[in-house]
Design a protein around this ligand. Structure first.
Ligand code: ASP
Length: 340
């Protein structure tokens, strides 16, 4: 028996592993696994193992893929000390949010990373993102689902992809970064999620029947009422203006509130402004939102709000329980006493 730590790198695809096809379009390639096998382990004393779970552009991800990753981590949990998930950047924020809720009592690092340029490109950010992710996994102090990009580690359920060009592709609008890499690793342990007591397990229940509606001048909500009445939707996320302003005399909106309340369809309100938090009791024009019991997403990202509502609907039948789950901070996804 050896006392060496063991780290599992899980491949799911993304630009990180891509190469050009005959037309010059990027598609997932097969070279990254071998390249990593030949290079990365030599930089570490720990044992680095890889598995290829999938190899797709993350824009093709569906909730089932989140479940596959959660199950994969569960199946390897006891044999490894930390996990690095290579993932496309387009939907990384959704997967990170989902994993943070599905991996219960997580006591090991799960670091998600990707890159803006494929590993095969000589200017790629892939290699350094991977090296630093493995370093965080080996270090072991951060026991939560995190995203590492451009020398910075963020809480996974707090990130948003903000840039399709710059190497600084992600940011975390309402929660400061957890770790910064310079010539060393600068950890901010007071921002880490406290470890929860209890045995690690996964809960992958969710209900995909959620729609997200961005507010914009001129929107007519009547069609969404029809969906609610025909039971075609189980939950709604409204992306409101600014601090959650959701003007109720907009066409069809109060009708939607009534139909949703009558059919026990929860409505969560997040904001189109990523920085700040939703306050449903600020503007007179928005007063009906509180009256009809809409759920404030507070400072949660739109990605975390959507995923969390799917999970809430999968886990609970009672609207009271769903609202309670949405209001609590389950994995540090919203403001709590640990924030900032
Ligand atoms: N389309 C790619 C993906 O999300 C983008 C990337 O990885 O940067 O898989």
């Amino acid at each position: 028996m050896t006392n060496k730590k063991r780290i599992l790198i899980v491949h799911t695809g993304g630009t990180f592993v891509m190469e050009s096809n005959e037309e010059g379009l990027l598609k997932p390639g097969d070279y990254a696994f071998d390249y990593i096998e030949k290079t990365i382990p030599s930089f570490f004393e720990e044992e680095i193992v890889q598995t290829k779970l999938m190899n797709i552009d993350s824009s093709l991800f569906r909730p089932l893929h989140w479940i596959n990753i959660a199950e994969h981590i569960r199946d390897h949990y006891d044999k490894f000390d930390g996990f690095v998930v290579i993932h496309g950047t387009d939907t990384m924020a959704y997967t990170a949010s989902a994993l943070s809720l599905m991996l219960k009592n997580l006591g090991k690092p799960v670091i998600m990373t990707g890159s803006q340029l494929p590993l095969i490109n000589c200017r790629s950010d892939a290699f350094m993102n991977l090296i630093e992710s493995v370093e965080v996994a080996v270090d072991g102090a951060l026991k939560e689902v995190a995203v590492l990009f451009n020398h910075t580690v963020f809480r996974g359920n707090r990130v948003k992809k903000k840039d399709a060009w710059d190497f600084e592709a992600f940011y975390s609008p309402n929660y400061n970064s957890l770790i910064k890499f310079g010539i060393g690793m600068d950890k901010k342990p007071h921002r880490f999620l406290p470890e929860k007591p209890g045995v690690f397990d996964i809960d992958t229940r969710l209900d995909e029947n959620v729609v997200m509606i961005p507010f914009y001048p001129g929107i007519d909500f009547s069609n969404f009422s029809i969906m609610v009445r025909k039971k075609k939707v189980k939950g709604i996320v409204i992306e409101a203006y600014g601090s959650g302003n959701i003007p109720s005399d907009n066409p069809g909106l109060e009708e939607l509130f009534k139909d949703a309340a009558g059919n026990e369809v929860p409505i969560a309100v997040c904001s189109q402004s990523p920085i700040g938090k939703v306050n449903l009791r600020l503007y007179e024009v928005a007063s009906k939102a509180a009256f009809y019991g809409l759920i404030s997403a507070m400072d949660m990202t739109r990605e975390a709000t959507l995923v969390k509502l799917m999970v809430a609907l999968g886990r609970y039948k009672s609207i009271v329980k769903i609202k309670q789950f949405m209001t609590e901070s389950i994995a540090g996804e919203k403001e709590s006493e640990h924030a900032r």
